[in-house]
Write a protein that binds this ligand. Sequence first.
Ligand code: MN3
Length: 214
Amino acid sequence: MLILPDLPYGYGDLRPVLSETTLRTHHGKHHARYVQVANELLAAKTRPATDLEDIVVEAHSEGDRKLFNNAAQAWNHGFFWQCMRRGGGGGPGAELASAIDADFGGLVELRKAFTAEGAAHFGSGWVWLVHKDGRLTVISTHDAATPVTEPAAIPLLVCDVWEHAYYLDHANDRAGFLDAWWDLLVNWDFADRQFAAATAGKAAWRYPRGSEAS
Ligand code: MN3
């Protein structure tokens, strides 16, 4: 059974960028629904994998689109919550900062690339900072698509650019949402840990498992 992990902060902690209403709906309805549907689909399988990362990879390789969409969306949201914190923003630690200098020419340029990719992404999806093939890169993915299916890629940050993520607070101003997200919410400590997972053999973030053995 997949679980709906608690947010690592309170529902009101990401104001004013994300209102309490947005966060309650996004976590308690959208993320919860992906978990619920994935669990219903897994219940019908004989020997489902237990770790969400494995479920996502298997569903992807088997072409089980419904399970993939719901499982990957559960993972993407669990990861997204970690990428934000109250009083976020600022910048990365020294090691990630030098990699950003090397691959983008600095934090300002990374921010430009990230916000431009997210603002220009057509339709629903996600904008990511990932480490792949020895370097950092900004990508966007459509709908539920996720770097989890790419064994060589380790994500450092993601922002949800589905309309349900920002519309109540920012209406159609996705670029404004991305700017505010970057200024006030980014959890660089988390990005630093993911960078250490990509480059220094540390453990990358994994979706929390339920306590029950099933
Ligand atoms: Mn979402």
